[in-house]
Ligand binder design. Sequence first.
Ligand SMILES: CC(C)(COP(=O)(O)OP(=O)(O)OC[C@H]1O[C@@H](n2cnc3c(N)ncnc32)[C@H](O)[C@@H]1OP(=O)(O)O)[C@@H](O)C(=O)NCCC(=O)NCCS
Length: 171
Amino acid sequence: MNNTEIKIRRLELSDQLQLTKLADNSDISNNLRDSFPNPYKEKDAQSFIYMTLQQNPVTSFGVEYNENLCGVISLILQTDIYRKSAEIGYWIGEPYWGKGIATQAVSQIVKYGFETLNLIRIYAGIIEYNTASMRVLEKSGFKKEGISLKAISKKDKIWDEHRYYILNKTM
Ligand SMILES: CC(C)(COP(=O)(O)OP(=O)(O)OC[C@H]1O[C@@H](n2cnc3c(N)ncnc32)[C@H](O)[C@@H]1OP(=O)(O)O)[C@@H](O)C(=O)NCCC(=O)NCCS
């Protein structure tokens, strides 16, 4: 895969329709927090894009594959004594799965988080059945640090959370 085909960039208002089309998918929302809308409407895309336009520093990016918007990736900056840490979250639209896109996007935002935002730690919490996302993190250099037993309630069932982290080796 030529890495130049995949990049992260700021979202724009003109991304609204494509974002809605890709995000409106229960195979995506089933792996994310309940705050991720399902069904996903144009107004959801619009308010998400407006939110990202106000970010300073920007922490949510569109993921592009061959100049097409194909997903979203974010760092959720933590506060107080956790201020040098961020949680990572991402999704890729189903037509684009299995092309190595998430792995590239994760590597790019981790580099941004460490080099530009001076973070020390980036972590993720994955629902136990999401083995594809665990694989993405492992391919991107994350390590599993443990399993939080029964930490998640999703769709009326209780699930374990697999916790992953990566450290900024320069700090
Ligand atoms: C998880 C997700 C981000 C992966 O995106 P992607 O661009 O397809 O990921 P990549 O192509 O970079 O890598 C996927 C890896 O998972 C593997 N994989 C796919 N389905 C799998 C499964 N059911 N079990 C195990 N591994 C699986 C692929 O084979 C690939 O690994 P490989 O390169 O060793 O073959 C995407 O499926 C998605 O958005 N899912 C819904 C939302 C989500 O889960 N977000 C993450 C929440 S923590």
